[in-house]
Design a protein around this ligand. Structure first.
Ligand SMILES: [Zn+2]
Length: 63
């Protein structure tokens, strides 16, 4: 199963700073990733537990 970690807006897989993209929302059961530039734009409601779980799972996959 391929996982797309590109920013949902600009399709970059890392921020300009070199930091990896992060899960900022979950839409239709799919993780939505964003670089630092587009994080605020793409983020879902703050404190969404689904997003928190998705972030933990993403960390675990990065191992
Ligand atoms: Zn972006």
């Amino acid at each position: 199963m391929s996982r797309d970690r590109c920013c949902a807006r600009c399709r970059e897989s890392t921020s300009r700073t070199g930091a990896p993209t992060v899960v900022v929302a979950v839409r239709n059961g799919k993780d939505v990733y964003a670089c630092a530039d587009h994080r605020a734009e793409l983020a879902g409601p703050p404190g969404d537990p689904v997003v928190a779980i998705a972030q933990l799972q993403d960390m675990a996959r990065r191992g």
